[in-house]
Unconditional design. Structure first.
Length: 255
C-alpha cells in the first residue's frame, strides 16, 4: 500500500484578527494581529486551512506517527502488512490498518487475522488512537475487539508512543483463547428477538432490518448476524464512520 498520501506536510500559522480601529491587517507585521489564543493548522503543500485550534494544541503529524509505527513493526517479531481495506486519509483525519497474517483466529469458514488500527486527526475530532481488531479473510470484513482487548488512547496534547508495541501484541495474543471461545460460542447461539432489538437500538435500525429477516430469528447464529453487519459496515459505509459502527458491534456481541 502506498503511504505517500498520508504523509502530506502540515504547519502551524498565526490566526489574524481585525479590530474596529484598524480594519486592514498588515500581513508582514504580526503586531497588527490581535492576540486571540488560536492558531491555524494548514496543509503546507496546498495551503489549505484544515482547522483552527487553540495555541496549546500539540500536533502529532501523520508522518511522525507512521515513522514511529514502522520502526516498531520492523522489530516486533511478527510479519505484517499495511492493509488498505479499512484505511483512509483526508486532510482532517486518517485511519491506518495493520494486519498480522500469522496471528490468526478462526471460525468454521475462514481465518481471522489480528489487525491493529491507528487513528489521527488535525481537526480535534479525535486524538491519536490505537486499538485491536481483526480482518476475516474470506470476505475482508473488519471487526473491532473493543470489549475483550483494551484500547490504547492518547490525546494529541499528551503525546503518543509505539515503544510498547511488542508488549501490546503479546497482550493481545494472551487473549486469543478467550476470543476464540467467544467466536465458537457465537457460532452456536441463535439470534433471538432481544438481540435484534439490541442491534437496532445500539448499532443501527436500518442495519438490523437489512441484516436479518423476521423469519430468520431463531434460525441463524449470532456469528452469522455479526458477519452480515460487519460486511455492510466494511463494504457499504463511508470509511470515516466505519470505526464507530464496528465499535458498537463489538459491544453488542461482547467481542
Amino acid at each position: 500500500m502506498n503511504l505517500q498520501p498520508f504523509l502530506f506536510p502540515v504547519t502551524e500559522r498565526t490566526v489574524a484578527v481585525d479590530n474596529s480601529t484598524t480594519p486592514l491587517i498588515d500581513l508582514d507585521n504580526q503586531e497588527t494581529f490581535l492576540s486571540n489564543g488560536y492558531k491555524a493548522i494548514v496543509r503546507e503543500d496546498t495551503n489549505e486551512v484544515i482547522s483552527i485550534v487553540r495555541d496549546s494544541y500539540k500536533i502529532v503529524t501523520n508522518s511522525n506517527l507512521i515513522d514511529q509505527l514502522l520502526r516498531q513493526l520492523a522489530t516486533c517479531g511478527h510479519s505484517f502488512k499495511i492493509d488498505p481495506s479499512h484505511s483512509f486519509v483526508s486532510n482532517e483525519r486518517m485511519r491506518l490498518q495493520i494486519t498480522f497474517p500469522d496471528l490468526k483466529l478462526r471460525d468454521k469458514e475462514s481465518d481471522i487475522a489480528l489487525s491493529a488500527f491507528i487513528h489521527n486527526s488535525y481537526d480535534q475530532s479525535e486524538g491519536v488512537r490505537f486499538y485491536f481488531g481483526a480482518i476475516r479473510a474470506i470476505c475482508s470484513n473488519g471487526m473491532i475487539f473493543g470489549t475483550v482487548l483494551s484500547k490504547y488512547y492518547s490525546r494529541h496534547t499528551k503525546g503518543f508512543s509505539f515503544d510498547d508495541l511488542s508488549e501490546k501484541l503479546a497482550e493481545a495474543r494472551s487473549f486469543f483463547p478467550e476470543i476464540q471461545e467467544r467466536i465458537n460460542r457465537l457460532e452456536v447461539l441463535r439470534v433471538d428477538e432481544q438481540l435484534v432489538e439490541h442491534v437496532s437500538e445500539k448499532i443501527s435500525k436500518r442495519l438490523a432490518q437489512e441484516a436479518i429477516d423476521q423469519e430468520e430469528i431463531g434460525r441463524i447464529s449470532q456469528w452469522v448476524l455479526l458477519n452480515r453487519l460487519t460486511n455492510r459496515i466494511s463494504h457499504d459505509m463511508d470509511p470515516h464512520v466505519q470505526a464507530r459502527y464496528q465499535d458498537n458491534v463489538s459491544k453488542v456481541f461482547a467481542l
